[in-house]
Design a protein around this ligand. Structure first.
Ligand code: ADP
Length: 494
């Protein structure tokens, strides 16, 4: 019982370890999937922004190449660009004879110089607070410049990020930051993913920065719950299998005890019969011898009578010899040779485990106290098991006769002088005074279906191990049986 409870506890702990380890593994595997998805999204966003940036360079290069329209004329097709491209806010055209105009004239002039020297589109200025930047392309006879809306650079239809998603996305340039998505915080569970890369357009050296701090909500809860339930199911099945095995072992042990008990009872029966038979046989022999003497005094047919009586005397002696042989056969001389050190406390615990279902049925909680100094005794394990089982079975039969709330069973392994003793005390009705003197006699029983061989057998077994078994009433009520055996430490001297 206790062993099964311990096993259940260990199994519970093992299950918790397996469940936690599995959940951790699932979380880690899921984290890798999250990281991959994050990096894929970041690469998509980078590619899209880079494409838009390169497209702006292409627009400016095309304008410079084709030099559309005439200065100041109404045919200035470049002015239709903002209508075509929402990211283009404004277009400037500077004829070689003119100067750049407006508030950004200085920046445009500087940018144009860079563009002319590098022979490519150049960044004239970037104002991330206002969400704008200026690109310029130096050319002849006219140079062109574009004012770009940074936010409109993002192609919403293909953009992989939600505005209120968990990923923070920003564009960074020379200390300026334009946040494209805030990235809501879900309570980080540690570790963060990040991505930084400059756009693939020389004229727009903006850095795309994406960051994700995975939160509790990002854990694969369904998989974790499924794993926990599955492992609990596995542990439950294992526990059921262990229980079934314990039941099977208990049934086996009971069967063995029963078989041993029956064999021993048979021996006890033979011993009883031998005892019963021996007396009349001896009397028969004595009578025959007396008759022989009497007949010797009477004259008629003395020889025939003498012959018959001699014959009867021979038969009687032969019967007596048979009985003697039977007695010697059932004396179980081998018990003494199988003596060994045995833990009395453990034997009692095993016996209690065997009868646990009956104890439970009776509502009895046995109270076992073991004195460590008295538990190691010299015994024959099977005989000891037989005695303990018999005494406990008798105690249960006694307890069955009293109301459930009055049932007590106390067991103690105690020091008894130089011996170790098992004391079994029950709160049953006790031993009837007239039964006390006959407890250990074969065939003495007060139970309707009792054989009356149990205690007699146990006493014989105890004696064959050099021990004693006694029974008495235990005030205020109930019976107490005491099995004393040599302690291992004193076995040599006792
Ligand atoms: P059986 O159990 O077949 O009667 P036992 O030799 O085991 O044979 O017991 C003999 C008798 O001893 C029982 O019939 C009963 O009267 C008495 N006895 C044994 N144990 C107890 C006990 N714990 N309480 C009261 N009486 C007992």
């Amino acid at each position: 019982m206790a062993r099964l409870a311990r096993r259940t506890l260990w199994l519970g702990l093992a299950w918790m370890c397996v469940a936690v380890a599995g959940a951790a593994w699932l979380a880690l595997a899921h984290r890798d999937t999250l990281r991959e998805a994050f990096e894929t999204d970041a690469r998509i966003a980078h590619r899209l922004l880079s494409q838009r940036a390169v497209q702006l360079e292409a627009i400016l290069a095309t304008l410079a190449l084709l030099q559309p329209g005439a200065a100041g004329g109404d045919a200035a097709p470049e002015q239709r660009l903002p209508a075509l491209y929402p990211q283009v806010l404004r277009v400037w055209r500077r004829e070689s004879a003119q100067a750049w105009t407006g508030a950004d004239a200085g920046a445009l002039a500087d940018g144009e110089a860079v563009s002319r020297a590098a022979r490519r589109v150049a960044l004239a200025s970037a104002d991330f607070a206002a969400g704008r930047f200026l690109l310029v392309q130096a050319a002849d006879p006219a140079s062109f410049a574009l004012q770009i809306d940074l936010r409109a650079l993002v192609p919403q239809a293909e953009w992989p990020y939600e505005a209120n998603g968990p990923v923070r996305v920003a564009l960074v340039h020379e200390g300026q930051t334009l946040v494209l998505a805030d990235g809501h915080d879900t309570g980080s569970i540690g570790g963060a993913f990040s991505f930084r890369k400059h756009l693939a357009a020389q004229s727009q050296p903006f850095e795309l920065v994406a960051a994700l701090r995975p939160g509790w909500a990002a854990l694969p809860w369904v998989a974790i719950a499924a794993w926990t339930a599955l492992s609990a199911l596995g542990a439950g099945l294992l526990l059921a299998a262990l229980r079934m095995r314990a039941e099977r072992l208990r049934a086996h042990a009971l069967l063995r005890l029963d078989q041993v008990g029956r064999l021993n009872a048979l021996g006890e029966l033979a011993a009883g019969m031998a005892h019963e038979l021996n007396q009349p046989l001896t009397a028969m022999l004595a009578n025959a011898q007396a008759a022989q003497r009497l007949l010797a005094d009477v004259p008629p047919d003395v020889d025939a009578a003498r012959g018959a009586i001699e014959q009867s005397a021979r038969q009687a002696r032969r019967a007596s010899d048979v009985v003697g042989r039977l007695r010697r056969t059932v004396a179980r001389p081998d018990v003494g040779t199988r003596m060994q050190p045995v833990d009395l406390g453990d034997s009692v615990r095993q016996a209690l485990e065997l009868i646990e279902p009956d104890l439970r049925r009776l509502g009895v909680q046995p109270d076992l106290k073991v004195d460590a100094a008295a538990t190691s005794v010299q015994a024959e394990p099977v005989a000891l098991e037989q005695i303990v089982h018999n005494v406990l079975t008798n105690a249960m039969q006694a307890l069955e006769q009293v109301p459930p709330d009055e049932r007590r069973l106390e067991l103690g392994v105690v020091r008894d002088g130089l011996r170790g003793a098992l004391v079994v005390r029950d709160s049953g009705p006790g031993i009837a005074p007239e039964a006390l003197a006959h407890l250990f006699e074969p065939f003495f029983s007060t139970r309707a279906d009792g054989l009356g061989l149990g205690l007699s057998l146990c006493e014989t077994l105890a004696a064959s191990m050099g021990g004693t078994l006694t029974g008495a009433n235990s005030p205020p009520r109930g019976a107490e049986f005491r099995l004393s055996l040599s302690l291992v430490a004193h076995a040599a001297t006792t």
